[in-house]
Design a protein around this ligand. Structure first.
Ligand code: CA
Length: 221
């Protein structure tokens, strides 16, 4: 689940945002103490930060500059200041986007989705390569040891996602979510079928252990 840190001193707005994000399937992290926000962000490692401009201890712009010194976490300013100068200043300080209060909820959710997608690793890199396997998403093929196998779109996306996270354990839920992001709506059973078929193709390419199962955790390459 993607974590969104809400840095907003207006309690009503903060709680409303928190509830809204929770309903959308995000994990909201509302900040309630405003003196050590950079440390809180470093500890929570959110995927995205919603940042108010007017805050009690330190204004949003200088806080954004501080956050940027230690992290690339995307930041969307949620601000009631709707002057263009403020917005431009916000963006030049390292914010990824901004939205003005009172915000339009569908617009806010769309901005969040776009910024999160832009910052997450691309599921189909041009021709990802790993451990002797070369993927060609455009042709729908995988090549290894001089042999080429045809892969389905699902199989391509699975391998591309695992390569993008090489060395990490990728849970089945993460894999399903990554495929959903690419408009492939598969369930747990379908994922198992896909993985089994993919493994037999990799086996034929001379890579029988390319995808390792980490029991109870997920997959790893
Ligand atoms: Ca405020």
């Amino acid at each position: 689940m993607q974590k969104i840190m809400i840095i907003e001193d207006d309690k009503a707005v903060r709680e409303e945002l928190s509830l809204l994000l929770e309903n959308e399937g995000y994990h909201p992290i509302p900040v309630t103490a405003f003196h050590n926000i950079t440390q809180q962000a470093a500890r929570e490692m959110p995927d995205l930060i919603l940042l108010d401009l007017g805050l009690p201890e330190q204004d949003g712009l200088s806080l954004c500059a501080d956050l940027r010194r230690s992290s690339d976490t995307p930041i969307i300013f949620v601000t009631s200041h709707d002057s263009t100068a403020d917005e431009l200043a916000a963006l030049s300080m390292g914010g990824d986007d901004y939205i003005t209060k009172p915000y339009n909820i569908p617009l806010l959710l769309t901005r969040i989705k776009v910024v999160l997608r832009r910052s997450s690793p691309k599921i189909t890199a041009d021709s990802p390569e790993y451990n002797g396997l070369k993927l060609n998403p455009a042709k729908g093929t995988a090549t290894a040891n001089g042999h080429t196998a045809e892969l389905t779109r699902n199989e391509i996306q699975i391998v591309a996602h695992l390569i993008a996270h090489a060395g990490e354990i990728v849970s089945r839920a993460d894999l399903i979510e990554a495929l959903w992001d690419n408009k492939i709506y598969i369930d747990d059973n379908t994922l198992s079928v896909n993985i089994t078929r993919l493994r037999s193709k990799l086996d034929e390419l001379g890579l029988p252990d390319f995808i390792k199962t980490r029991r109870g955790l997920g997959y790893q390459i």
